[in-house]
Write a protein that binds this ligand. Structure first.
Ligand SMILES: Nc1ncnc2c1ncn2[C@@H]1O[C@H](COP(=O)(O)OP(=O)(O)OP(=O)(O)O)[C@@H](O)[C@H]1O
Length: 342
C-alpha cells in the first residue's frame, strides 16, 4: 500500500478534529474523503500535505515516514477550492512555477520546462492559452491551470480539496468527467475532499465517509449503497426514509407493515432504512398517505407521509406510483432495506 494512515488524531484546543483515523490507498487509487462540514476532511488532507502536524498516529507513503518529511520532500500536488494562481504571471509561467523554483541541481533546462508546460496545457485542454493571465480565464479554466501547476512537478500523490467547490453545477460535472480522465491517463494516487456525495461517488474508486473526525466507512460506491455500515452512512448517500421498527421472532414490524425479517436481522428495536425511490405500491407494505402529486413534463413528483416522515420521489408517467391521488392512503413496499439496532 503506498499510502497508509494509521491512528491519526488531531485536536484544536479541546476539540477533536480527527479521532483515531486509519485508512489506506492503493497505488494509483482515487480516494474521496466525504463528510459534512466540520467532519475533519480538510484537516486530514492538510496532515497528508505536511501543512498540519497530528497529535498522534503515523502516515507512510511508499514505506517512507511522511511525518518526518517536509512538504517539499513529500512531492505532493495540491489543489484547493481557491487556489489563487499568481495573477501577475501568465498561465504558462504559473504552470512552470514549481519547476523554476527547484534548486539549480534538479531544475530542468528552460527548453525542457517549456516543453513540459506545452504537454500540460494539452493535457488540461488549454492549448494555446499559455500566454493569457488568470483574469482572462473562466473559473473552470483557472482550476484546470491549478491542476496543471500541481502536475508539473510530477507529484507522487495529488491532494485536491473541493477543487470545483466554487463553480456552478454544469461546469462541476464537466470538470468531474475531465478529472477522472486525467487520473486514468496519469495514474497518480489521488485523495479528493468533498462534501458532495454525487461528486465523491462519481469520481472515486473508494470513498471514506467521515463524521465528527471518525471514519464511518471506507468502501467502494457500490458497497456503500448495498451495505451501509450505519444509519448515518445510509442517510448521507441520498434521500432516505428512516423509521423505527421492531424485530421479534423472525418478523419485522414497521409503520403498519409486518413482514419476514431478513436472515441475521438484529432482534428488538431497530431502525428501518430505505430510499423513497425504492418504494413501489403493493398490497402489503408501509402505510403511506399521499400528500401531493405534481406533474413535471415527463416526470411526476409524489410526496408522501410515512409515519412521521415526509418523503418525495420522482417517477416516470408509467410508474404505478404516478397514478396515486392526493389524500389517499396506499401501501408501499421497499425493494431493499437495511435494519440497524436502535
Ligand atoms: N486551525 C484550527 N483551529 C481551530 N479549529 C480548527 C482549525 N482547523 C480546523 N478546525 C476545526 O476542526 C474541525 C474540522 O475542520 P475541517 O476543516 O477539517 O473540516 P471539513 O470536514 O474539511 O469541513 P468543511 O467541509 O467545512 O471544510 C472543524 O470543527 C474546525 O472548526
Amino acid at each position: 500500500m503506498p499510502l497508509e494512515v494509521t491512528a491519526i488524531s488531531k485536536s484544536f484546543g479541546r476539540f477533536a478534529a480527527l479521532d483515531d483515523v486509519s485508512l489506506k490507498a492503493a497505488d494509483g487509487e482515487f480516494l474521496a474523503l466525504l463528510g459534512p462540514s466540520g467532519s475533519g476532511k480538510t484537516t486530514l488532507l492538510r496532515i497528508l500535505a505536511g501543512l498540519e502536524t497530528p497529535d498522534a498516529g503515523s502516515v507512510r507513503f511508499d514505506n517512507e515516514d511522511f511525518l518526518k518529511q517536509t512538504p517539499r520532500e513529500r512531492r505532493i500536488g495540491l489543489v484547493f477550492q481557491h487556489y489563487a494562481l499568481f495573477r501577475h504571471m501568465t498561465v504558462a509561467r504559473n504552470i512552470a512555477f514549481g519547476l523554476k523554483v527547484r534548486p539549480r541541481r534538479d531544475r530542468p533546462t528552460p527548453a525542457v520546462i517549456a516543453q513540459r508546460v506545452e504537454e500540460l496545457l494539452a493535457l488540461v485542454q488549454l492549448k494555446g492559452l499559455g500566454g493569457r493571465y488568470p483574469a482572462q480565464l473562466s473559473g473552470g479554466q483557472r482550476q484546470r491551470v491549478a491542476l496543471a501547476r500541481a502536475l508539473a512537478i510530477e507529484p507522487r500523490m495529488l491532494l485536491l480539496d473541493e477543487p470545483f467547490g466554487a463553480l456552478d453545477a454544469k461546469v462541476r460535472r464537466d470538470l468531474r468527467r475531465w478529472l477522472r480522465h486525467i487520473h486514468n491517463e496519469t495514474g497518480i494516487t489521488t485523495v479528493f475532499v468533498t462534501h458532495d456525495q454525487e461528486e465523491a461517488l462519481d469520481l472515486a474508486d473508494r470513498v471514506a465517509i467521515l463524521k465528527d473526525g471518525v471514519v464511518q466507512q471506507l468502501d467502494t460506491p457500490q458497497a456503500l449503497y448495498e451495505r451501509p455500515a450505519n444509519p448515518f452512512v445510509h442517510d448521507f448517500l441520498g434521500a432516505a426514509l428512516h423509521r423505527p421498527g421492531v424485530v421479534s421472532q423472525g418478523r419485522l414490524q414497521v409503520d403498519g407493515w409486518e413482514t419476514a425479517a431478513p436472515p441475521g436481522a438484529p432482534e428488538g428495536e431497530v431502525l428501518f432504512c430505505t430510499r423513497p425511490d425504492d418504494l413501489t405500491p403493493a398490497d402489503q407494505g408501509l402505510e403511506a398517505r399521499v400528500l401531493t402529486v405534481s406533474p413535471r413534463g415527463a416526470r411526476v413528483r409524489i410526496e408522501c407521509r410515512i409515519g412521521k416522515q415526509t418523503v418525495d420521489t420522482d417517477r416516470g408517467l408509467d410508474d404505478p406510483l404516478a397514478r396515486a391521488r392526493p389524500g389517499e392512503t396506499i401501501r408501499l413496499a421497499p425493494q431493499t432495506f437495511h435494519l440497524f439496532p436502535r
